[in-house]
Design a protein around this ligand. Structure first.
Ligand SMILES: *[C@@H]1O[C@H](CO)[C@@H](O)[C@H](O)[C@H]1NC(C)=O
Ligand SMILES: *[C@@H]1O[C@H](CO)[C@@H](O)[C@H](O)[C@H]1NC(C)=O
Ligand SMILES: *[C@@H]1O[C@H](CO)[C@@H](O)[C@H](O)[C@H]1NC(C)=O
Ligand SMILES: *[C@@H]1O[C@H](CO)[C@@H](O)[C@H](O)[C@H]1NC(C)=O
Ligand SMILES: *[C@@H]1O[C@H](CO)[C@@H](O)[C@H](O)[C@H]1NC(C)=O
Ligand SMILES: *[C@@H]1O[C@H](CO)[C@@H](O)[C@H](O)[C@H]1NC(C)=O
Ligand SMILES: *[C@@H]1O[C@H](CO)[C@@H](O)[C@H](O)[C@H]1NC(C)=O
Length: 391
């Protein structure tokens, strides 16, 4: 009896502590890669690291763990547990949208999948699980996502009580906007209620808004766009207007740029006609590669006030990206909207001295000052801030 009561109190304290310790989220996704092991991550810059990715098996619907994956998972969590300031680790789960749709459609496949994610997270000492379903495509699938999150949260809560451990975190990576207004089903909207009720937060993929798949240049993760709603600002506001609590929104920041080949090297602004992708694998370059490109080619670098973005060009090559300045402004913007924090895609793409990643760390008061009274003033201040010393 006493033991049970004590247990309950310990559990209550554990759970309350979990609720009380909500500081800003500074996340980064890590992809399995020999060139950039988990130990290369500067843990003083992040609060959460996402292991990308695990896949559900398409026959059993359990997470597929080979021997080499098991080794990789163990190395990952051991790395971060060994640090003096331990970092929170999550497993990110990704597969093709059709398989997710199938798993989510049926109570028994949902249960198998959910059980497996909890089991794997606990076995390998992770603190949470992250769903990267890109993307639900129908109204039914959105309802199934809502149900999946609801049952997932219930299973996580039950496991926490049964084992008297802090509940696992549950997060999801989502589209830059709350609805798919650019698609054939423009009113297709995420299940806002279920998100508020069941996930700790969503990672808003506020990037890849433009790329060489379009025949004109654009800011891949522009804060604003005077000509369309394809902007980080519009996307985040659509989530807030849709009813998601702002602290449940975590803003995605790309540590990569997208490249184009200009049709005419003399026409090189945002929206310039392009004939395909420029340098980089599939028209993408890590920030460190963009810096290298700029240096080697002597590219002209332009901070564009209209979009709150940066691009560079040399000859017929054009690169849209984020740099320490645009990221500092975006982080301040996220603060001004009272968001939960930010995350980067992905580890290994910043410069070796973490030029971008360090921008979230300091200067928050200064940046907040810049963005207070945005957005009109933001653009004005944005141009001033280029000359300031906080870089
Ligand atoms: C990690 O980042 C911190 C803060 O910017 C910096 O002081 C430290 O030197 C970095 N450590 C490594 C190993 O890069
Ligand atoms: C599961 O993992 C094994 C070993 O890595 C691999 O051979 C198999 O194709 C995977 N199956 C699925 C469905 O992903
Ligand atoms: C299941 O996954 C395996 C391994 O990735 C693949 O070879 C197979 O085609 C998949 N089956 C279905 C039905 O998608
Ligand atoms: C998952 O299922 C197994 C048996 O299939 C069960 O023993 C275990 O308790 C379940 N785990 C969770 C977290 O529900
Ligand atoms: C660019 O693409 C758009 C949409 O696909 C198309 O309407 C337009 O004609 C294209 N422009 C050029 C110059 O190829
Ligand atoms: C942007 O969205 C708003 C409201 O959702 C709409 O009124 C407006 O027409 C859209 N603007 C453009 C350029 O599509
Ligand atoms: C540019 O490259 C040269 C050598 O290629 C190097 O010495 C220099 O430090 C680089 N500058 C920057 C800003 O990276």
């Amino acid at each position: 009896m006493a033991a049970t009561l004590l247990n309950l109190i310990i559990c209550a304290v554990t759970v309350l502590w979990a609720i009380a310790t909500t500081t800003a989220i500074k996340g980064i996704y890590w992809l399995e890669q020999p060139e950039f092991p988990p130990s290369a991550i500067n843990t003083s810059l992040f609060t959460h690291v996402f292991y990308a990715f695990l896949q559900p098996n398409n026959k059993t619907y359990e997470l597929n763990i080979s021997d080499s994956t098991a080794t990789s998972l163990t190395t990952f969590t051991n790395t971060f547990r060994a640090k003096t300031a331990p970092i929170t680790t999550l497993i990110s789960i990704n597969t093709d949208a059709t398989l997710f749709a199938l798993i989510a459609s049926n109570p028994s496949t949902r249960a198998i999948f959910i059980n497996s994610t909890i089991h794997v997270a606990r076995t390998f000492h992770f603190h949470g699980v992250d769903l990267d379903w890109e993307f639900p495509q129908t109204f039914d699938q959105m309802n199934h996502l809502a149900q999946l999150l609801h049952e997932w949260r219930a299973a996580i809560a039950a496991e926490s009580v049964a084992t008297c451990r802090k509940p696992l975190l549950l997060t999801a990576a989502v589209y830059f906007a709350a609805n798919f207004f650019l698609s054939k089903a423009p009113s297709l909207t995420y299940p806002i209620h279920s998100i508020n009720e069941n996930v700790d937060w969503v990672n808003v993929m506020a990037y890849d808004l433009h790329g060489s798949w379009s025949n004109k240049t654009g800011a891949p993760a522009g804060l604003f766009d005077p000509e369309s709603n394809v902007s980080v600002d519009f996307g985040l506001r659509s989530w807030i207007q849709g009813g998601v609590h702002p602290e449940k929104l975590v803003m995605g920041l790309p540590l990569f740029g997208r490249t184009w080949q200009l049709r005419d090297p003399n026409v090189h602004g945002i929206g310039a006609p392009a004939v395909g992708s420029g340098p980089g694998l599939d028209g993408a370059m890590g920030f460190f590669q963009v810096m290298d490109f700029n240096n080697k080619t002597g590219a002209r670098v332009v901070h564009d006030m209209e979009t709150g973005s940066v691009y560079s060009y040399s000859g017929s090559y054009w690169v849209g990206y984020d740099d320490p300045l645009t990221v500092a402004v975006k982080v301040g913007y996220a603060q001004a909207l009272s968001l939960g924090g930010y995350f980067f895609w992905a580890a290994g793409l910043d410069t070796t001295d973490w030029k971008i990643s360090t921008k979230g760390k300091g200067n928050l008061k200064y940046i907040q000052k810049i963005v207070s009274g945005f957005q009109n003033n933001l653009l004005k201040e944005f141009s001033k801030s280029e000359k300031s010393t906080f870089l």
